[in-house]
Design a protein around this ligand. Structure first.
Ligand SMILES: Nc1nc2c(ncn2[C@@H]2O[C@H](COP(=O)(O)OP(=O)(O)OP(=O)(O)O)[C@@H](O)[C@H]2O)c(=O)[nH]1
Ligand SMILES: [Mg+2]
Length: 355
């Protein structure tokens, strides 16, 4: 990778955006080091109880204050809007808790110069040993389903260190507010035909206070992905050669706009996806007699529907297996049922290609 000169950085019309919540201890350091790589940093202080806003503005960031905590996704949407109003072409998003190394910023700028229309996502998956085991496993499984929805392999779907071309972001109607938004963007980008590119970034764990609530947040992300696939496969099953199903304000977006309906729809899809998979399998095998090349996104993988079918059904076994594995480890037995299981049933079907 060639080194970026200072003029290159200056000539790229971008700013850095940081959604922050109770990050008073770290935000000063994050902003100061980010400003070494870009001329402007905008921070959303999302109803923090501490001195996040003061610390950020002391470090020369511009701060948007929100009265009550509304979530990372909501803050990102405010930041996109602000950057668009101010005429930027692209933004780099970073976490506020020093988990992202500002020295990786030039890599994003360089990748953006090469692929200005693509979404560039940082990945920590190359440093597996640095990621807590439970987190790594859930990220591994998540990427299988998110990649299915996004029509391409996305190595690290949960990394908030990204470069967003605003012309791309403008195309989506975003309906989620908290941690699910970053997943929603990946899916909508990929499912409207955009390319998602991965660059390796430094993996930093253990230095920060986390706001991520494993059960609740993973559950919301999973429910969003499943409900998205539920609709996507419904459309793909009955249409010919149509791998990209997302259009703004479609049926799924309409549901997402109505909180009450959305919550029930997500539960409904959770409960019905497993029996529905048999219907999808049937449609995949027999409908092509009438509808050529249906399930185009899956046919492109050249593996048939069965691997997808099994991987989805295996989710039902995964939870008891995980609990069993954990219980045996707790009493001191060095077992590992989970990792080989996950490797086998949630493989990379797309053939991983970075950049
Ligand atoms: N605006 C806003 N930002 C948030 C909120 N929660 C988290 N963030 C931002 O999202 C970043 C990541 O949140 P974390 O809680 O660290 O989640 P994570 O990095 O996925 O999980 P860990 O690996 O456990 O740290 C934080 O550094 C904040 O920048 C929120 O409620 N509002
Ligand atoms: Mg964090």
């Amino acid at each position: 990778m060639t080194m970026l000169r200072h003029e290159d950085i200056e000539s790229t019309n971008l700013c850095i955006i940081i959604p922050a919540y109770n990050a008073g201890e770290t935000i000063h350091q994050v902003v100061t080091s980010a400003l070494k790589h870009a001329s402007r940093v905008i921070v959303v202080d999302d109803g923090s109880d501490d001195n996040t806003a003061e610390a950020a503005s002391k470090a020369n960031a511009e701060v948007i204050k929100i009265d009550r905590n509304r979530g990372k996704g909501h803050a990102l949407k405010q930041l996109f809007k602000k950057a668009m109003e101010d005429g930027y072409d692209a933004v780099i998003s970073m976490d506020a808790d020093t988990q992202h190394d500002p020295n990786d910023i030039p890599k994003f700028i360089e990748a953006h110069k090469q692929y200005p229309e693509d979404l560039i996502v940082g990945s920590r998956m190359h440093e597996k040993e640095k990621i807590p085991r439970g987190r790594y496993n859930s990220m591994h499984i998540a990427r299988f389903f998110i990649s299915l929805a996004a029509n391409q392999f996305v190595e690290d779907t949960q990394c908030g260190f990204r470069m967003y071309p605003l012309s791309l972001v403008k195309k989506f109607h975003l309906t989620t507010d908290r941690y699910a938004t970053e997943t929603e963007i990946l899916i909508k980008a990929g499912d409207s035909g955009a390319k998602i590119r991965t660059i390796p970034v430094n993996t930093i764990y253990g230095v920060n206070i986390s706001h991520f609530r494993p059960v609740r947040d993973i559950d919301t992300i999973t429910a969003y992905v499943i409900s998205y696939l539920w609709v996507k496969w419904m459309i793909e099953g009955f249409s010919s050669s149509r791998p990209y199903t997302y259009t703004p304000h479609n049926f799924r977006d309409w549901i997402g706009d109505h909180k009450f309906i959305n919550n029930r729809f997500m539960v409904f899809t959770w409960l019905t996806i497993f029996p529905l998979l048999f219907v999808y399998l049937f449609e995949y095998l027999f409908l092509p007699i009438f509808i050529k090349n249906n399930f185009a996104s899956i046919r492109r993988l050249n593996r048939g529907f069965l691997p997808v079918f099994f991987s989805a059904q295996m989710l039902l076994i995964l939870v008891p297996l995980g609990v069993f594995d954990l219980a045996l480890r707790t009493i001191g037995l060095k077992v590992n049922f989970l990792d080989p299981f996950i490797k086998k049933f949630y493989p990379d079907l797309w053939g991983q290609k970075n950049l």
